[in-house]
Design a protein around this ligand. Structure first.
Ligand SMILES: NC(=O)c1ccc[n+]([C@@H]2O[C@H](COP(=O)([O-])OP(=O)(O)OC[C@H]3O[C@@H](n4cnc5c(N)ncnc54)[C@H](OP(=O)(O)O)[C@@H]3O)[C@@H](O)[C@H]2O)c1
Length: 286
C-alpha cells in the first residue's frame, strides 16, 4: 500500500515527495498527483507513480488514490473553491479505503477570523466527520512568502504590510514538508492536530531589521492602512482575490492569528526550525 501526495506539481507537495524518497520510501510506493502530469515526468522516471488528479473531478480523484494507504491532502489554491475541492478529495480517499488522511490546514484554524481560515476550519470538521482516521497539519505562514520578496524589499527599502506589531511564527516550506513526511512515514498521528510554526516569531519590523543586517542595506517596515496595502498588492499585479486574502491575512497577523507557541514543528522534524536570518542569507545568495 502506498502514500499519495496531492499538489505534487506545486512547491510543498514536491518537497514532500522528495523528502519521502530521501527517507527511503520506495518510489513505487509513492503516488504523486497533480493536474498536469507532464510536470511529474521526472518523478515518474525515478519510479514514482505519477497520476492525474483534478480536485474538480471526483472520479479522477478516486482513480488517483486507489491503492493509497495514506493520503496527504495539500490544500488547493483557489480560496473560494477550496472547501468543495477538499470534500471531493476526502470522499474519494474514503471510497478507496485510505487508512489515514493528512490535511494541510492553517495555524489556529479553529479560532482565526482571517478569510483564509474559513475553508480550512470547515474542511477540518468535514474530515473529522468522515469516519476516516485523520491528522491535521496546521501549517503557519511560509518564511518563503517573505524571502521571495527580498529583491523588491531591497529595491524599495521597505517591507510593506498591515500587521502592526503582530508576530508571525513563520517557518520554511521545507520544514513543513519534512513534518508532513514524518507523519506519513511513522505511526501514532491519527486524531492529532499539529500547530506548526517556526521556533522564533517575529514582527514585520523585525523582518525589516533582519534584512538590513543580512544585506547591509537599510530596509524599514511600512505599516499601511489595509486598503492601501491591498492597492499596493493589486498594483504589483496580484489577482484581486489574492490581494484581498493577503491583506486580510496581515490584519490577522496583527491580531496574533499567525502566531503559535507550539513546538510541534520542531518535534516532528527533530531539529530546530529554519531561522529567519538563515532564510534571508540563503535568499540573498540565490
Ligand atoms: N502557509 C502559507 O504561508 C501559505 C502560503 C502560500 C500558500 N499556501 C497554501 O498552501 C498550499 C500549498 O502551498 P504551495 O506552496 O505548494 O502552493 P503551490 O506551489 O501553488 O501548489 C499548489 C498545488 O495545488 C494544486 N492544485 C490547486 N488547485 C487544484 C485543483 N483544483 N486540482 C488539483 N490540484 C490543484 C496545484 O496544481 P496545479 O499545478 O495543477 O495548479 C499545485 O500542485 C496551497 O493551497 C497554498 O495556497 C500556504
Amino acid at each position: 500500500m502506498s502514500i499519495a501526495v496531492t499538489g505534487a506539481t506545486g512547491q510543498l507537495g514536491r518537497l514532500v515527495v522528495e523528502d519521502l524518497l530521501r527517507r527511503g520510501v520506495a518510489p513505487h510506493d509513492i503516488i504523486a498527483t497533480g493536474r498536469d502530469t507532464d510536470r511529474l515526468a521526472d518523478l515518474a522516471e525515478r519510479g514514482v507513480q505519477a497520476r492525474r488528479a483534478d480536485f474538480a473531478d471526483s472520479a479522477g480523484l478516486t482513480e488517483a488514490f486507489t491503492g493509497a494507504r495514506k493520503v496527504l491532502l495539500v490544500s488547493t489554491t483557489t480560496v473560494g473553491e477550496r472547501f468543495d475541492n477538499h470534500t471531493r478529495a476526502i470522499d474519494a480517499a474514503k471510497r478507496t479505503g485510505a487508512q489515514l488522511i493528512a490535511y494541510t490546514s492553517t495555524l489556529n484554524a479553529h479560532s482565526a477570523n482571517m478569510i483564509l481560515a474559513d475553508a480550512h476550519s470547515k474542511t477540518e470538521r468535514y474530515l473529522r466527520d468522515s469516519g476516516v482516521p485523520w491528522v491535521v497539519l496546521r501549517n503557519g505562514w511560509y518564511l518563503d512568502n517573505y524571502t521571495s520578496q527580498v529583491p523588491l524589499y531591497l529595491q524599495t527599502g521597505a517591507v510593506p504590510g498591515s500587521a502592526g506589531t503582530g508576530r508571525v511564527s513563520a517557518a520554511s516550506r521545507r520544514d513543513y514538508a519534512e513534518a508532513a513526511a514524518t507523519v506519513l512515514t511513522s505511526e501514532g498521528h491519527a486524531g492529532s492536530v499539529y500547530e506548526l510554526g517556526g521556533d522564533t516569531a517575529f514582527t514585520l519590523a523585525e523582518l525589516a531589521d533582519a534584512l538590513s543586517t543580512a544585506s547591509g542595506q537599510g530596509v524599514v517596515y511600512h505599516d499601511l492602512p489595509v486598503e492601501q496595502y491591498r492597492s499596493a498588492l493589486l498594483g504589483a499585479g496580484l489577482p484581486a482575490e489574492m490581494a484581498e486574502v493577503l491583506s486580510d491575512s496581515d490584519l490577522g497577523l496583527g491580531r496574533g492569528e499567525l502566531f503559535t507557541g507550539s513546538s510541534d514543528l520542531r518535534r516532528l522534524i527533530g531539529r530546530p526550525t529554519t531561522t529567519l536570518a538563515d532564510a534571508l542569507t540563503e535568499a540573498l545568495r540565490s
